[in-house]
Design a protein around this ligand. Structure first.
Ligand code: GLN
Length: 391
């Protein structure tokens, strides 16, 4: 084997791939990897199909189709009260992961420190390291996953170049509000660190909660990069159309990273997303209501099956605390559950760099009611066997 980059050479396959593979092998119901089984809005998909057949299929502009950039600015003005200049402050990427990679490459030089919140989405740490960043962790714990000023101050120092902040937070399903963002702003006072805000779940909030973007906080407005995702907004996770929003001097440098990662994003999908972003507020309300009902349905079922369900305020996910069941190895439990009960979930320890937090597993509820019911009845049928092995 020639020597390859050790960060990737030593990396295991992502937990989502691993659990989806196990789910296929065991013909299990897959409540692991987060994707809805709803096909997504028919009119948006129709627009994409039409654009493939009748529209432009050559390179679109590197920054994104003008119609989509305008739609992004108009959408965030309508839904988050943000004032954005589409030409100088928005850019289209091939998914939010590309945007995160590009933002890290653009912001940090080798040796710079990057603050990460744990649980951290699985892509973050390898991307930070590959960009030469030195991770500093803020550890969040269930059931409320909150942070305070002292915790942030302990992680932020003179070498902090960026803070990678995911709100709402996957896999926790929690939402940070204006007061939490004020704490973040306070912790960053006197530093020149940039906030890379992964806000891909901005539309998937429940119980009437409202998303507050980092860009809505005056102290953070010019030092933050907001990242969004059409995949999550429209339940079309395979589309990989993302957006970056940042003030012009930041965006200019981010664009340089983007131009040598993917350069552009399929124009037909961009047109369809531009169309979708202009849909009336009622569309997004209905999407949230629908997912909220599925969340409640799965939470009730799991509670009846004997699981301690943690609150979920956002995302496609809810978590279960294994502690009350006397279990302390979430990864081992997930492997047994997929093999013995035929239900796949995600061990939350996969989102921590060390093995300290191993009592929580994540279920995806963005599924058909029949699928959720079938998963719950499999868990009920196998509960005694799953629990028997706890010793
Ligand atoms: N975002 C998805 C999740 O959290 C996973 C995406 C992937 O498989 N890379 O489940």
């Amino acid at each position: 084997m020639p020597p390859l980059n050790p960060i990737f050479a030593n990396l295991s396959t992502s937990i989502f791939e691993e659990m989806s593979l196990l789910a296929r092998q065991h013909a299990a119901i897959n409540l692991g990897q987060g994707f809805p089984d709803d096909p997504g809005p028919a009119d948006v998909r129709q627009k994409a199909a039409q654009a493939v057949v009748e529209g432009w299929n050559q390179y679109p502009p590197m920054m994104g189709l003008p119609e989509l950039r305008s739609a992004i600015a108009a959408h965030y003005a309508a839904h988050q009260n943000l004032e954005l200049d589409p030409e100088r402050e928005t850019m289209v990427t091939s998914g939010a992961t590309e945007a995160i990679a590009g933002a890290l490459l653009a912001c940090i030089a080798p040796g710079d420190e990057v603050v990460l919140f744990e649980p951290a989405y699985d892509a973050y740490l390898p991307l930070v390291k590959r960009a030469g960043g030195v991770p500093k962790f803020v550890k969040l714990r269930p059931p409320d996953w909150r942070f305070d000023l002292a915790q942030l101050k302990a992680a932020i120092g003179p070498r902090t170049r960026a803070v990678l902040f995911n709100n709402p937070l996957n896999p926790a399903g929690c939402v940070y509000d204006a007061a939490d963002l004020a704490v973040l702003a306070k912790a960053l006072e006197g530093t020149d660190a940039i906030v890379i805000a992964d806000e891909v779940w901005e539309h998937v909030l429940f119980d009437g909660r409202k998303h507050v973007s980092v860009l809505a906080v005056p102290e953070l407005r010019t030092r933050s990069i907001k990242i969004g995702s059409a995949g999550k907004i429209f339940n079309l996770t395979g589309w990989k159309v993302g957006f970056v929003v940042a003030e012009p001097s930041l965006l200019k440098v981010l664009a340089k990273a983007h131009q040598y990662i993917t350069f552009t994003t399929p124009p037909n999908l961009q047109s369809a997303v531009a169309y979708g972003l202009a849909k009336p507020a009622a569309h997004f309300d209905a999407m949230r209501d629908d997912l909220q009902a599925r969340r409640d349905h799965l939470a009730n079922g799991l509670t009846q099956a004997g699981f301690a369900v943690l609150p979920s305020a956002a995302t496609y996910f809810l978590n279960v605390d294994l502690g009350p069941m006397g279990l302390d190895d979430d990864a081992a439990f997930c492997r047994r559950m997929v093999a013995e009960a035929g239900v796949a979930a995600i061990p939350v320890s996969a989102f921590y760099a060390d093995a300290g937090m191993r009592s929580t597993i994540r279920f995806c509820f963005a599924k058909k009611y029949e699928t959720l019911d079938a998963a719950v009845s499999r868990l009920v049928d196998n509960a005694s066997r799953l629990l028997a092995a706890r010793a």
